[in-house]
Design a protein around this ligand. Structure first.
Ligand code: ZN
Ligand code: ZN
Length: 318
């Protein structure tokens, strides 16, 4: 009897069909888990104070999201977006509800109530609480439109925290199977933002699959492993680095770190990749922030971050 052998392309098609393409964030858990993770990572970290501050932001995000209501696009709007392979809740142009500014106020109050607040942070939240709505909307336009040269790096994490609440209130109401991928695999299929990092999951139905995590709406979308999430290069151009492998005596030993960076020789950029199998509590935003030392190592090795962390912005170069 003749055996039917599948061509590589057919195998890929079959495999793709069974992989869940999108993971929708759980609004009841996302920020609470991130806050807990940030607090755990703050212990013994050289940037523990900053991680603790971000944990307060995440807790305030969790509280604010509980009663944040945002209108979804209509069925017709979603269909139009999908027909044109556009994101249905685009970061840069979606009409924001003013409730995001109330969320920002709540986040600032939560921070202001903390004991032993550094003077600089106290000044920032005082400034933000008194800021005119127009000023905040302009800053939000700059952040979401990624006009990097105009971003106020000091206040950006607070604004991003409030804007994340707004977009998660939207994204968490989508149904994963109904979300269409975009033509650009490196952009969030719901809001069009860049991913902060990626996670390889350990539990079914996601076991062994890698998902990119949106920095704004927390939607996660599948991307095959050993492929650059920035330029799409594959194979020998892709390499992995970790703090453990950098200090290992045997450079050829298998890397079992939960936090690694995936570098690309084509575009010389990297994004981090977290392995849930190695650490079940990994969180894309929290673990990316806490592994700043790995960013420094990659910088020394000549690689640039493909995209930033919503809680850590570089001051604009002038
Ligand atoms: Zn998104
Ligand atoms: Zn690349």
């Amino acid at each position: 009897m003749a055996q039917r052998i599948l061509e590589p392309g057919q195998i890929e098609t079959l495999a793709q069909r069974s992989i869940p393409r999108v993971r929708i964030p759980d609004r009841a858990q996302l920020f609470a888990q991130r806050g807990a993770r940030l607090r755990a990572l703050a212990q013994g970290s050289s940037i523990g104070d900053y991680l603790s501050l971000c944990a307060i932001l995440a807790d305030a995000q969790h509280a604010a999201l509980a009663d944040f209501s945002a209108d979804l696009p209509s069925a017709a709007q979603i269909e139009t977006a999908q027909t044109h392979r556009m994101p249905p809740i685009p970061a840069a142009s979606w009409p924001r509800t003013p409730q995001w500014r109330a969320t920002l106020q709540a986040i600032c109050i939560a921070v202001a109530l903390q004991p032993r607040l550094p003077d600089e942070v106290a000044r920032l939240v005082t400034h933000l609480r008194a800021a005119a709505p127009d000023e905040l909307e302009t800053q939000a336009d700059i952040l979401l439109g990624t006009r990097a040269s105009e971003i106020d790096a000091a206040v950006a994490p607070f604004l991003m925290a409030a804007l994340q609440v707004h977009w998660v209130a939207l994204s968490s109401r989508f149904v994963a199977d109904a979300v269409q991928p975009l033509d650009v695999p490196g952009l969030c299929p719901l809001c069009g933002s860049l991913p902060v990092a990626s996670i390889v999951y350990a539990k079914t139905p996601y076991q062994g699959y890698r998902y990119l995590h949106c920095a704004l709406c927390a939607c996660e979308w599948h991307m095959v492993r050993v492929q650059c999430s920035q330029c799409g290069a594959v194979g020998k151009d892709i390499a992995y680095h970790s703090l453990a492998s950098a200090s290992a005596a045997d450079a050829a030993a298998p890397d079992s770190a939960a936090v690694r960076a995936e570098t690309c020789e084509q575009c010389h950029s990297y994004r981090k990749i977290f392995y849930q199998e190695k650490d079940p509590a990994v969180d894309a935003v929290a673990d990316d922030l806490a592994s700043l030392a790995l960013d420094l190592l990659l910088g020394e090795r000549g690689y640039a971050r493909a995209s930033g962390n919503p809680f850590l912005w570089q001051a604009a170069e002038r």
